[in-house]
Unconditional design. Sequence first.
Length: 246
Amino acid sequence: MSGHSKWHNIQAKKSKTDAARGRIFTKLGKELAVAAKDNPNPDTNSKLADIIAKAKAANMPNDNIQRCIKKAAGDLQGKDFMELTYEGYGVGGSAVIIKTLTDNKNRTVSDVSAAMNKNGGSLGNMGCVSYMFDTKGLIVVERTLELDEDTMTMYALDAGADDIVTNDDSYEVYTTEETFSDVRKYLEEKGIEFIEAEVKMIPQNYVTLSPDKLETFRKMIDRLEESDDVQEIYHNVDMPDDEEDE
């Protein structure tokens, strides 16, 4: 099974700074709390279970995860969070999708618009770039001597995955959005640990920017990530492994 891989190397994935890791944990904590608000039991709340897997893949300590779940009801009392998605363009005609979780739509759209406008980008109408992306579940597993390609391929097929891509240091298991939870659970039951596990917007094709435009684009992504309301950013820019954010 094969596919075009754009997943960056494991060392780059593991070398995020403490500041970036703290920001990621904050955003994950928010996702956990919102998912756990009405049902804090991951055994009967598949969305919560998926986010727990995502948090574990990001090396979020289990104590932090459980604390976010337990605090959910109190933290969110009186707050009505909305999941809002924005689409637009970066420099060089690049495509960007921004997923947010907010209790203040006006604040969020202002932050997103400012981050894009100040770095050569602009917000567009809903659907302006999403057709360039496919929604897929992605589970990334480290390739080791103990977990060889044949075994991992067998697990992925038995789990119901759509595709598996073997890289030098990792396996990428792709699923549909609907089958992601089942595949994730199957692999967890096999004792497999994930480096990444979530449903993502994956571009069908990538664009290459000149060095100066790439720097401007990176600044836009950094500015967007600084917003507490922004949860995920997807784009179609071909970025070097050491600069890749997604």
